[in-house]
Write a protein that binds this ligand. Structure first.
Ligand SMILES: [Ca+2]
Length: 319
């Protein structure tokens, strides 16, 4: 019943779950009039549950990561404690939603969700937490009741399709230079030196592979506009190596100060460098991708689990 990268079902089956969406953690799947229907949804990212929502009596109650003194009830900010058809209370280290028929849903405002249901719901449950029939071996089932072959298939089945699932974010740097950051906001930045476009924020270093993307600008000499600058170099630091693509230096890159041909492959595919259309791409196995057209345009793509965890000109999101 703990959501996050790790789930333990009602019947105590353990599995790892890596999602970046909203999923049905637990819900009632039989039409028994003696059982009050309800659903528990979680938004999961790499580091655990970031939001928990309980749907009951046609209402929605949402507890959000880091927000301890209030919840959203049908979209409205409501301070705690709250008493109505359900009770929502805050404790030292978690908030708890309790129904009149004995369901408890707690969230520690950070990563862990716990769902407790009374034994009247035995065998009536479904979702990522399983069916609650005391058999741990039959818990991973799709919405249609068939056995899931993997946690990925299970996740797709219980994903809330009307909710957005962000897969990646892109930051674009183009000549002049104009920026479109990971949040898709535009700004201009015309310094003529090197600067960090994106790197893993310090606070995240224990949870993720460290990386940085440094871009160097140079005055554009083809026109007489004095303020124009273009990106002339992009350096990616990852896995203890530095890879540099330099403007107009076609078919080659610097790897730790050694000129190397493209395509290039580091550590059995941990990092790959290859031509993609008119650009060169540096692709890292945890989902980072940097492309440079070798003239003026650089794109930096980060995977969903790094969104809000990067610092630099592409976005300093850490709160
Ligand atoms: Ca079971």
């Amino acid at each position: 019943m703990t959501a996050g990268p790790h789930i333990e079902t009602f019947d105590r089956y353990d599995y790892n779950f890596n999602g970046t969406c909203v999923y049905e953690l637990a819900g009632v799947c039989v039409k028994d009039p003696s059982l009050q229907q309800f659903r528990v949804l979680v938004q999961i990212v790499d580091s655990g549950a970031t939001l928990v929502e309980v749907n009951i009596h046609g209402s929605s109650i949402v507890i959000t990561r880091g927000i301890k003194d209030s919840v959203l009830i049908n979209g409205k900010n409501t301070s705690l404690p709250f008493r109505g058809n359900v009770t929502v209370r805050q404790f030292d280290d978690h908030a708890e939603i309790q129904t009149k028929f004995g369901v408890h849903v707690s969230y520690n405002w950070n990563s862990t969700v716990k769902v407790k249901v009374p034994s009247t719901y035995a065998g009536a449950m479904c979702g990522l937490c399983g069916n609650y029939n005391t058999n741990p071996k039959d818990d991973l089932r799709l919405k249609n009741g068939t056995r899931a072959v993997s946690a990925d298939e299970l996740g797709k089945s219980w994903r809330e399709n009307d909710r957005s699932c962000q897969e990646s974010a892109t930051c674009t740097i183009s000549g002049d230079p104009h920026y479109k950051n990971f949040k898709q906001h535009y700004f201009d930045f015309q310094g003529t030196c090197s600067y960090t476009a994106a790197k893993l924020c310090l606070q995240e270093k224990s949870h993720h592979h460290n990386f940085s993307v440094v871009v160097e600008n140079e005055k554009w000499t083809m026109t007489d506009k004095p303020n124009l600058a273009v990106a002339t170099l992009v350096a990616v630091e990852v896995y203890g190596h530095t890879l540099i693509l330099r403007r107009n230096q076609l078919q080659s890159l610097m790897v730790d100060d050694i000129l190397t041909n493209i395509p290039f492959n580091l550590n059995d595919g941990q990092v790959k460098v290859f031509q993609e259309g008119f650009a060169y791409a540096i692709v890292v196995d945890f989902g980072l991708k940097v492309t440079y057209d070798m003239i003026y345009k650089i794109e930096i793509i980060i995977p969903a689990n790094l969104i809000n965890k990067t610092c630099g000109l592409c976005g300093s999101f850490y709160r």
